[in-house]
Design a protein around this ligand. Structure first.
Ligand SMILES: [Zn+2]
Length: 269
């Protein structure tokens, strides 16, 4: 195992034009693990630009059905399928998610993929449903998947523990609620959405979409003594100044280490 890294593909909310939609790739030095797909072909461009090798990617997770997370995963399935057909991809690809989102992914693929590509779903591309609070050893780590309790569309997040004990929580693109909160205590990393600055809450009204401000995400991280807080899934009107403004606001409510990555950044975990 090499260094543990997180490649940030995108950091934006659904309707941004200056960022790629929120998505990342974990990297243990050997293989990759993709978290959500972005909203489209951005995922292909990100892999190319960031020198990520598709042949190192054999597992991924899809949190929910919304456009900005879902549609890029259809491209991932299509693209890996093409590599398989060209015999330039060894092994299989496994996508985890709850049964509804995987069922929708399957149906979309069925409607729009070519038969040759579609024929690989099952034999070599596996859509593997997970249940709420299911614990699994995947990608050398211990994952616990959990239902975040979204009222918009059924959405799962996960807690993962790396082989060296590093604990990371990905609660999808909504606040941590219900039984998700138990995983936060003293977690090493929380990847939290932060729709906008608290000072701009009247402009964006994040509560309408069940999203948090930077202040609220920071308070949640502080409450649970999380060691590293990563903020993403943001608006893009603060483009160019986001890192400074978001870090400033977060530091007023949270004492741990704050990360406001740009698209394309690589973070050593
Ligand atoms: Zn989203």
């Amino acid at each position: 195992m090499g260094e543990k890294k997180m490649h940030i593909l995108g950091t934006g909310t659904a309707t941004v034009s200056k960022y790629v939609n929120t998505s990342c790739v974990f990297d243990d030095g050997e293989s990759l693990f993709l978290v959500d797909g972005t909203g489209g072909t951005d995922v292909l461009r990100c892999f190319d630009r960031m020198n990520l090798d598709w042949n190192r990617l054999h597992e991924g997770f899809l949190s929910h059905e919304h456009t900005d997370h879902f549609l890029g995963m259809i491209w991932v399935i299509r693209y890996i399928g093409e590599l398989m057909i060209d015999e330039t991809y060894d092994g299989d690809f496994v996508l985890y998610g709850h049964d509804e989102v995987l069922d929708k992914a399957y149906k979309v693929c069925q409607m729009i993929l070519k038969p040759q590509g579609m024929a690989l779903i099952g034999p070599r591309i596996h859509l593997v449903p997970v249940e709420d609070m299911q614990r699994e050893t995947i990608w050398n780590s211990t994952f616990t998947f959990f239902d975040i309790g979204s009222s918009k569309a059924r959405q799962f997040g996960f807690h993962m523990e790396w082989p060296d004990g590093t604990r990371l929580v990905f609660p999808g693109d909504e606040p941590v609620t219900d039984h998700g909160e138990q995983f936060l205590d003293q977690a090493d990393w929380l990847l939290s959405e932060a729709f906008c600055l608290d000072r701009d809450r009247e402009i964006y009204r994040p509560e309408r979409y069940h999203h948090l401000t930077v202040k609220e995400s920071s308070q949640m991280a502080q409450k649970h003594q999380v060691k590293n807080l990563l903020l993403w899934h943001t608006e893009d009107d603060t483009f160019g100044e986001r890192k400074k403004l978001y870090t400033e606001e977060a530091s007023r409510y949270y004492e741990g280490k704050i990360w406001v990555p740009e698209d394309g950044e690589v973070i050593i975990l």
